[in-house]
Each structure stands twice: as C-alpha cells, then as structure tokens.
Design a protein around this ligand. Sequence first.
Ligand code: ZN
Length: 329
Amino acid sequence: MTQSNGQVQGQSAFQSQAQTAGIHHITAFVRDPQVTSDFYAGVLGLRLVKKTINFDAPEVYHLYFGDQAGSPGTIITFFPWKDSRKGVIGAGQVGITTYVVPDGSLGFWRERLARLGVEAQESERFGEQYLGFADPDGLRGEIVARAEGANSEWSFGGVPADQAIKGFGGAVLFSGAPESTGKLLENVMGLTKVGEDVGYVRYRSFGDLGNIIDVNATAMAAGHGGHGTVHHIAWRAKDDAEHALWRSHVAASGYQPTPIVDRQYFNALYFREEGGILFEIATDPPGFARDEEPEHLGETLMLPEWYEKNRAEIEALLTPFTVRELEGN
Ligand code: ZN
C-alpha cells in the first residue's frame, strides 16, 4: 500500500470516529488584570499558569489560569482590554462557564462566595445543583460538584486542594442556531446527546473534565462581544497529527477552518459555527512548562521568540499586577 493511500484511509477512519475529549480552554474579554487576578486566583483559587501577551495585539496581556499545570480542560484565559466596550451575553457565545469541584464541596463554595461578597444563585438541571455567579466584568460562571475528574493539586488563598476547582465541568453554549450547534457537537466533534432539561440539551464527551456541554434548546437574543463576554471555546486535539486530521475533518464537514497557528503552548485552528460561536481546536502538547519551570509558572512575563526584541516597549505598555490572597479569605 502506498503512503498516500494510508493517509487517505487514516483520514476517513478519523472522520467516522472523531471525538474530542472536551474543552481545552475558554477565552474571555475583561478590563483589568488586577481585578481579574483577584477574582480567578483570589476568589476561585486558580493558578496563574502563564502571563503572556495577545500575539495578535502585543499591548494586551493574555493571562491563563488553571490547575497546578494548566492542564487541558482547566484553562480559563483572559484578554484584559482596559477601554473595551461592555459586551452583552447572548446567542453566539459561551453563555456560562462551568467549573467543577470535588463531590461534597459545594457547601464550602457556597460559604466562601458569600463571605467574599460574591452573590450566588442556586439552580438545578439534569439533577445537579449549580451555584451561579458573575465575575467583576459580568462574565457568568457556575460551580457544580462531581466525582469524575482528578482533584487539582493547587491550593491558594484559603482554598485547600481537596476542595479546589478541578477544572471545567463544561460550558453552557448560547447558540443562535441550537439545532445546528447540536448536530455539530454530535456529528463533527463526537459528543453524545444525553437528554433535555429546563430548556437545555446536554451533550457529553469521553473526557472527565470539560466534558459536559449544555446548549439552549430554543432561540434566544443575540449577544455582542466586549468585556464580560467569552470570545471563544477551544476543544482538545491530542497531538499535532490528530490536529491535522481535525482540520481536514472540519473542512470536509462544511466549515472554514483557519490555517494552523502556533500559540506557543498549543497549536490552534479556528472556525465559526452556524450558531455564531467561535470554535477553536487546540493541541494538548506542549503545555505551559515549555518555557518555565513547573514550580514557577506564571511568575514572569513570557514572550514568544519573535517579540523578545520588543520586550522593553511591550512591558512599558502593560499594567503590572500581582497574584495575591484576598483579606478575609
Ligand atoms: Zn484560544
């Protein structure tokens, strides 16, 4: 058999069985790096695993928070854009980011959010209890407790590792075309439809973090981008070889993926789905220890090689901030 036949067979086998493990990362717009760090590290207890810049706009930070390593499925990332307009959460976006904590930890988080002045709303869907909240920019998050998924090894600001956020439980997608988005999740991304409850259709992937995706069952008003909204959701590809197969698979399924771009800590491709949500597919490797020691992740402003010569000018444009514990935690 020729090599090209082997490649074609590999591609068609992939297309019939393609499955992402789940969410790799979610990226959102905020205003202020200190405010964002005080919430995601100070309140939620996540680790700042990388302090870098938006490679397409080097005057803006790109901040990555996650578990101790910034493992795929745990990474919430931010572009703090000081003078950005306020966004509106609605169709065409990830509406709610779901964080998962160990079974039995919801009471800890209920008490902690109340003590730190974060208003929480309790709700239930698919038989699970959720604590919903808004971050200081209005981004919607929620906490759910589940047994699946490894505990975080990170402990910060009064959050012991055994109660800490493990990563994403998943996300709630607000789609402008929920049926199409659901078909994409099932037929292209390889998720399985679970059922419907309280206005949401649930899909599940095989991973144990970032694996449960709820989509609005009926039409909703469109959102628009700006601070306090999610920019995109990235799904996992296990390596560069699988990433290339994903690109062909997405294109063959009728979407227009971008070329593969180097994001230093993963490779990425992007496409817009019919519901208006920007999807990315990102590789698990190389991860955040590629340019910093695991014990020192997030401590230094890291720039890709092509920006190092401009380090002084870039640093002058960025507002310094510190990852700090909050009083009263
Ligand atoms: Zn991304």
